[in-house]
Design a protein around this ligand. Structure first.
Ligand code: AMP
Ligand code: GLY
Length: 422
């Protein structure tokens, strides 16, 4: 099979490496890809959101499957366009992807199908939101931009002043642009967070191993929210009992509810859960693999990924058995100093082999998030630069291998969290 991967970060790198494990996969192309990906897949300089050019590329390359990995192209209907052009596509269509791209849709959907989530109100104008906040009694309150905002559209406001400021940021200053034209104000929940990514073809839903992201930029969960600074799998808070409850109260009702809405979800459905004292609740849905969740759940997956993708596309997921390895995986993100705010790019990365991996160390895998390759050298080219990942017999060993490996890597202003998995 020849596969076109849409995207160009660590998640896509992890997906490509997993796919290449199967002899069935003959060749992988990636658009736009990045420096590290280019060692394993032929990269093309096509923007991940350029539907026309991507469709033309898929035709040129005559691929057997297109994998649309990031949220933005899914939200604008890349799957619909590719399917219309006759391609087999992994990734939900536009209507189904709205479960992530509109918080208002997902909140109303959960309410309609009795799926546990935080209490909320929707506001389409500033004045009514302001009045609601003026009269709110149970601070903190959480304000969310309706649309996609790179993980920056969620504001947790500890009191009335912060909430009024936050509202201003979203609806008057329009810091998130159009994404903040409508907002959700919701109840603040607390408890451990768990990410569960599941394969579904709309008939069957099979979760992958659970994971835990670390979203804040600095140790001890300080600093700003980021796309994710590190992950572990499995998530130690996610017990068998909780899993059973999630299946019954959240996973199956979500799959069936989407079918009833005429928005059958086919692809990877990501449940962002919080384990509250009143049971597991949905914080958010994503319509795709998480990044850096993919960098730990894929190393834990034993069943060939290509077989699962085929089964989802052909709606035969029920026919295959999905197995995981024993043990645990960890991934630590190595970022550019300053991320998620201002940072510089173009620094030379020391310590990598000519395949973008560690020299003399095959116990970890380096998934490139934001790198480019010039004259055989790797340069930083994003906020998150490398994901250093390992699978081992237990979490501590995986973490030890990752942190040992990171010492071999160096670039100017390099930053990473020292407390992933602690
Ligand atoms: P999201 O982008 O929706 O995943 O939200 C980003 C982060 O904000 C989540 O991972 C949670 O840590 C936090 N968060 C979102 N909604 C709530 C809520 N209702 N209560 C408490 N924390 C929340
Ligand atoms: N790591 C969180 C996400 O991909 O949304």
């Amino acid at each position: 099979m020849k596969i076109l991967m849409v995207g160009g970060g660590g998640r896509e790198h992890a997906l490509i490496m997993k796919l290449l494990e199967s002899p069935k996969v003959e060749k992988i192309y990636c658009a736009p890809g990045n420096g590290g990906i280019s060692d394993y897949a032929e990269c093309f300089d096509v923007d991940a959101c350029d539907i026309d050019k991507m469709t033309a590329l898929a035709k040129d390359l005559d691929v057997d499957l297109v994998f649309v990995a990031p949220d933005d192209p899914l939200a604008i209907g890349m799957t619909d366009a590719l399917e219309k052009a006759g391609f087999r596509v992994f990734g939900p269509n536009k209507a189904a992807a709205e479960i992530e791209s509109s918080k208002i849709f997902s909140k109303n959907f959960m309410k309609k199908y009795n799926i546990p989530t935080a209490e909320y109100e929707v506001f389409e104008d500033f004045n009514s939101a302001k009045e609601y906040i003026e009269n709110y009694k149970k601070f903190p309150i959480v304000l969310k931009a309706d649309g996609l905002a790179l993980g920056k559209g969620v504001l947790i406001c500890k009191d009335k002043n912060e909430a009024l400021d936050g509202l201003n940021t979203l609806m008057i200053e329009r810091k998130m642009g159009k994404a903040g034209d409508k907002i959700v104000a919701e109840e603040f929940l607390s408890g451990p967070e768990v990410s569960v990514l599941a394969f579904t073809d709309g008939k069957t839903l099979v979760p992958m191993m659970s994971s835990k992201d670390h979203k804040r930029a600095l140790d001890n969960d300080r600093g700003l929210n980021t796309g994710g600074m590190g992950t572990i799998s499995p998530n130690p808070y996610y017990t068998k009992e909780i899993e059973e409850r999630c299946f019954e109260e959240i996973f199956i009702p979500t799959m069936e509810g989407m079918n009833k809405e005429g928005r059958t979800f086919k692809g990877c459905l990501y449940f962002g859960l919080m384990l509250t004292e009143n049971g597991p609740k949905v914080i958010e849905y994503n319509s795709r693999f998480g990044d850096p969740e993919a960098q730990v759940v894929l190393p834990m997956l034993k069943t060939p990924l290509i077989d699962i993708l085929d089964a989802v596309v052909d709606e035969k997921l029920d026919d295959i058995e999905i197995e995981n390895y024993k043990g645990a995986a960890a991934c630590v993100m190595v970022a550019s100093g300053g991320y998620p705010e201002k940072y510089e790019k173009g620094y030379k990365i020391d310590g990598l082999s000519d395949k973008g991996q560690l020299k003399d160390n095959d116990e970890v895998f380096i998934y490139h998030s934001g790198t480019k390759k010039e004259n055989g050298e790797y340069l930083t080219n994003g906020g998150r630069v490398l994901g250093v990942a390992s699978r081992a017999e237990n979490l501590q060993t995986a973490l030890d291998k990752v942190y040992y490996a990171i010492k071999q890597i160096n670039f100017d202003k390099m930053h990473y969290r020292k407390d992933i998995g602690k």
